[in-house]
Design a protein around this ligand. Structure first.
Ligand code: SAM
Ligand code: SF4
Length: 486
């Protein structure tokens, strides 16, 4: 068993930010180690401004939103704010929102409704993220008690906006999307003590006909490779051994520096950083999924054997109306490329059911694709019409009831496939990074390199954050059960 020295658990000392984690664990981040810089004149000035202030930050949506929130929290902590666990305890209440489906967007307005009276108690309420970008200043009309509206493409201006609020400004907005900046912060407050997220590409240029992301997150902007590698080295020094590179289309990465690193070269360079043991990346777009990425996975075992490759539909006709830029056959060629690799690669996907005009026979093609690919996991969604998207004006809407039926069929089919696939794992031994401890004594959980979750028994007293070998002894459709193989 290899123990990872985790330098983040350092105890309270000067220059350290105490962070209450969502996982109800207190851990300390040493400011200087996080920023890698010896002095923080900006942060110190800000600290005076936010001194005594507290913030509550709730996040909806995807991993990119989670990670944006880690950076927003970093900005606030370095200005002297303290993070609290309830809105009641906060002077600044922030919602980082998602508008990918209608339900997610509605949730935000119902949350805001709960805080109608809070502004009169002197609290500042802000809406960040995709709903902020989508609704813009209309949020002030629907919820006049909101003071800050900022979309993700304007996060680099957040410190400036917070200064304006601190100076007593009642309404501040950041809604530009025509920026070529990515959101880099001096300090990131990381929620996950085992896996560090890094956004390497923001926005999206793909224009799928159902999707709000190009409108809410703006055009594609890639972060400089040297800046990414610098952050990975800092993370490794902090004790992180697993990093996950993020982007809506992570593999469309286009290095803006003279080095012009390809995505596959970046994966290899990240894996070469001393101390890094696992490199993950998500989400990959099928059209930009090239053979060199598979070759990098084959060549470098630190690059995890898991690819999330959303297909959305198994019908070429539907893929065309979705403007997905590939056919069923072209998608299956990418799958064949991965299946031909010298290491097995776990593949997961996203599916949308009930897209306008999806016939029963189109839907059956999705089911037959699931049978053919045999994904290790999937996220399935009912099509949700979204503002500003081309599919909003398409005819042949599918009734909600029928969408629900198709969703249930997809989920049941996938359950069968996963149950059979997981049963085949019995008897095999995998390396697991331990990230969970059960209330039941001697029970632990963690992820394999292929991102399979395993719960397992071990007599060890402390395993969190370590890599162990686990032998699979049983399986259900959604997880594996095992025992520590010493
Ligand atoms: N960029 C990724 C890609 O190309 O697949 C996905 C990003 S999106 C945040 C995550 C998933 O949400 C998509 O893969 C899609 O399945 C789903 N999604 C996006 N827009 C949707 C909509 N209007 N209705 C239902 N599901 C949607
Ligand atoms: Fe949305 Fe398509 Fe871009 Fe993914 S690739 S974020 S689904 S527009």
């Amino acid at each position: 068993m290899l123990r990872t020295p985790n330098k983040r658990f350092l105890g309270v000392k000067a220059g350290v930010i105490n962070c209450d984690l969502g996982m109800s664990k207190l851990f300390d981040i040493e400011l200087e180690r996080l920023t890698g810089q010896p002095s923080y004149s900006g942060a110190v000035r800000g600290a005076a401004a936010g001194q005594g202030g507290t913030f509550f930050l709730e996040t909806f949506g995807c991993q990119m939103n989670d990670h944006d929130s880690e950076k927003v929290a970093g900005v606030l902590l370095s200005r002297g704010y303290r993070q609290v666990e309830t809105p009641d305890a906060a002077s600044l209440i922030l919602y980082n929102t998602c508008s990918i489906r209608e339900k997610a967007a509605q949730k935000v307005f119902s949350r805001l409704g709960e805080y109608r009276e809070k502004q009169s108690e002197g609290k500042i309420i802000g809406v960040l993220g995709c709903v902020a970008q989508q609704e813009g200043e209309d949020i002030f009309k629907r919820a006049p008690w909101v003071s800050l509206v900022c979309g993700s493409a304007s996060y680099s201006k957040l410190p400036e906006m917070i200064s304006q609020l601190e100076a007593g400004n009642q309404r501040v907005t950041g809604l530009d999307t025509d920026t070529d900046e990515t959101f880099e912060t001096e300090v990131t407050r990381r929620d996950n003590p085992w896996r560090a997220y890094l956004t390497i590409i923001e926005g999206c240029d793909k224009a799928c006909s159902y999707c709000v992301v190009p409108y809410t997150r703006g055009p594609e902007r890639s972060r400089a490779s040297d800046s990414i590698l610098r952050e990975v080295r800092q993370l490794a020094e902090l004790g992180y051994s697993e990093v996950q590179l993020l982007g809506q289309t992570v593999n469309s990465y286009a290095d803006p520096t003279a080095r012009k690193m390809r995505f596959s070269e970046l994966l290899l360079a990240v894996a070469d950083v001393q101390g890094i043991r696992r490199v993950r990346f998500t989400t990959s777009h099928p059209s930009d999924f090239t053979p060199d990425i598979v070759e990098a996975i084959e060549r470098q075992p630190k690059i995890c054997d898991h690819v999330h490759l959303p297909v959305q539909s198994g019908s070429t006709r539907v893929l065309r109306t979705m403007q997905r830029t590939y056919s069923r056959e072209e998608y299956l060629e990418k799958i064949a490329m991965m299946r031909g690799a010298n290491r097995p690669i776990a593949i997961t996907t996203d599916i949308i059911v009930g897209f306008p005009g999806e016939t029963e026979s189109d839907f059956e093609e999705t089911i037959s694709l699931l049978e053919e690919v045999r994904y290790t996991g999937l996220f399935a969604f009912k099509y949700s019409p979204r503002p500003n998207t081309p599919s909003l004006s398409m005819n042949d809407a599918i009734p909600e009831e029928e969408k629900g039926r198709r969703l249930a069929v997809v989920q049941e089919k996938q359950r069968e496939i996963q149950a059979a696939g997981n049963a085949e794992m019995a008897g095999q031994t995998f390396e697991v990074l331990v990230s969970g401890k059960s209330r039941r004594e001697y029970q632990w959980s963690g992820y394999t390199t292929s991102h399979r979750m395993i719960s397992f028994a071990s007599q060890e007293r402390e395993l969190l954050g370590t890599y162990v070998q686990v032998r699979v002894t049983g399986a259900g459709p959604n997880s594996l059960v095992g025992e520590h193989a010493v």
